[in-house]
Design a protein around this ligand. Structure first.
Ligand SMILES: [Zn+2]
Length: 510
């Protein structure tokens, strides 16, 4: 809180630029709306995100969403439109995107005139046959609200920004932690800035420094160097006079798009300070590019299993990183199960494999039944082969909601969680709600990259298996890189000098 106050005070002391027709409206009666779309899409995935994959919150349900509860603390209401969010995955089906966008724009236009708009974005959305889908959404919103409305946005630090996005927004804030534990704070940063600018009649500038470096999130966790020290500088930069926000984004590596790069973005009122900081961050990121490494030991799948068996500690958490649904993996692959069976492991839990037919078969058979199952490869049959097993059904989650169904089966001591829909297993309660105590197993397999704090806390230790899938960590060998701009490590000997772009809406740029 102190940090937020001090940066707002510093910003207020900086140069102001007039805000067009906002000046004529009463300061206490600002009209502000919020909405957005949040999904991360691997362009290497063969599955599609359709309407049923999105959770769409509208109206009061959106106002009451805990993630956006801070918006209730401002002096005027943030009026809800809609926010559509989905587990990361493959590209969004075009008609799903168009339907969500049309409804969002309709809801925005119902609230006109607006002085401010907050967009909750992820930044790594890919829509079938559409480059820069996030930029398309943001530009469409600008068209509806008009040029005088101030637009702020929050992004995941794995979002990728485009020139269009920079030129359309007035300000933005990105997460500063990976794993992401500051999403509420990021919303606050983005909206504090908007409210400040509306109240003080400030039209800020944005300075963008794209950095031609791409890393998987697993090599750029802010828990480890060099990301730790790079991101640690942002609060101090944010506190400098003339700065409203300092953001540094890793970008999204599993997207074959020109905008997919890291970048620094500064928002504020003092262009010199913004440029200085953006250049400094970009240069430091570039200089550190060869330092980015996995934060935990990595190995191929069989080596991970063999190492886990040799260790005297437990539970050994093995991350099935190539099929991590929280990064865009399909989540239906059963290769780890096949490897555990081949190695005759008899004390392990695999959580989970998205396989609706196998889940349904378990519900039909009932607890206690032993049934033959083909597990895996149901969402993307081209991606991987199923594993044939005979399994005993040991638990069925009670739910009337078919996509929420989860079944636990036992195959010679290996427990496998089958899920009707793609979902992560990040929380201890994800296991305990199924009658599983993860710490009691020798090996716990999760479809994840880096582990988020609750599950990380029990890992003893964590090994990352470099498995195949739509978010394969072997990024330089990703197929069909047609649209990327030259970037490290795809071009290992790339030469580059940092530069900045001042956004088109910046007062001094117009
Ligand atoms: Zn992220």
């Amino acid at each position: 809180m102190l940090r937020r106050r001090s940066f707002l005070k510093n910003a207020a002391a900086a140069v102001y630029a007039p805000l067009g027709n906002l000046v004529s409206r009463a300061a206490e009666s600002k009209r502000v709306a919020f909405g957005g779309i949040r999904i991360e899409c691997s362009t290497y995935s063969r599955i599609r995100a359709r309407m049923e994959d999105f959770t769409v919150r509208r109206g009061q349900a959106l106002v009451d969403d805990p993630a956006y509860r801070p918006l209730k603390n401002y002096p005027y209401p943030f009026r809800p439109t809609l926010i559509a969010s989905a587990v990361p995955g493959g590209p969004v089906e075009r008609k799903t995107y168009e339907a969500l966008k049309a409804e969002f724009l309709h809801r925005v236009s119902d609230l006109l005139p607006l002085d401010g708009l907050y967009l909750a974005m992820h930044g790594a959305m890919y829509v079938d046959d559409m480059q820069d889908a996030d930029g398309d959404w943001i530009a469409a919103a600008r068209e509806v609200v008009g040029k005088d409305c101030l637009i702020t946005a929050s992004f995941d630090l794995h979002g990728s920004l485009s020139r269009r996005t920079i030129d359309t927004l007035d300000m933005l804030s990105a997460y500063r932690t990976a794993p992401h534990i500051d999403y509420v704070e990021t919303t606050q940063r983005a909206c504090d800035m908007l409210v400040h600018c509306l109240d003080q009649r400030v039209r800020p500038s944005m300075v963008w420094a794209p950095i031609p470096v791409l890393m998987p999130g697993e090599r750029s966790s802010t828990l480890y160097e060099p990301a730790k020290r790079l991101w640690a500088q942002l609060p101090a930069m944010n506190a400098e006079p003339g700065v409203l926000d300092a953001s540094l984004l890793v970008g999204y590596v599993w997207a074959d798009e020109p905008r997919a790069t890291a970048c620094a973005v500064m928002t504020g009122t003092n262009l010199d300070v913004l440029k200085k900081n953006a250049l400094s961050l970009a240069q430091q990121y570039w200089d550190a590019r060869k330092e980015f490494q996995f934060g935990v030991p990595t190995a191929n799948l069989f080596d991970c299993i063999d190492q886990a068996q040799r260790l005297s500690t437990k539970p050994v958490l093995i991350s099935d990183s190539g099929d991590n649904p929280t990064a865009g993996g399909t989540g239906d692959r059963a290769e780890v199960l096949a490897a555990l069976l081949l190695r005759k492991v008899n004390d392990a839990v695999v959580a989970g494999i998205a396989d609706r037919p196998a889940t349904e078969a378990c519900y039909r058979a009932g607890v206690g039944a032993t049934i033959p199952l083909d597990i895996g490869g149901t969402l993307d049959p081209q991606g991987s082969l199923p594993v044939e097993v005979k399994a005993k059904v040991v638990f069925l989650l009670k739910t009337d909601d078919l996509p929420e169904r989860q079944a636990v089966i036992d195959i010679d001591g290996i427990k496998v969680v089958l899920t009707a829909r793609r979902r992560p297993f990040h929380e201890i309660r994800d296991f305990t709600s199924l009658g599983l105590e993860p710490a009691s197993f020798k090996i716990v397999v999760v479809k994840a990259g880096y582990l988020v704090p609750p599950i990380h806390a029990i890992a003893n230790p964590n090994l990352m298996a470099l498995t195949d899938g739509a978010v394969n960590q072997d990024i330089v060998h990703l197929p069909a890189n047609k649209y990327r701009v030259p970037s490290y490590p795809f071009v290992p000997d790339l030469e580059w000098k940092p530069f900045t772009v001042v956004s088109a809406r910046s007062p001094k740029a117009s």
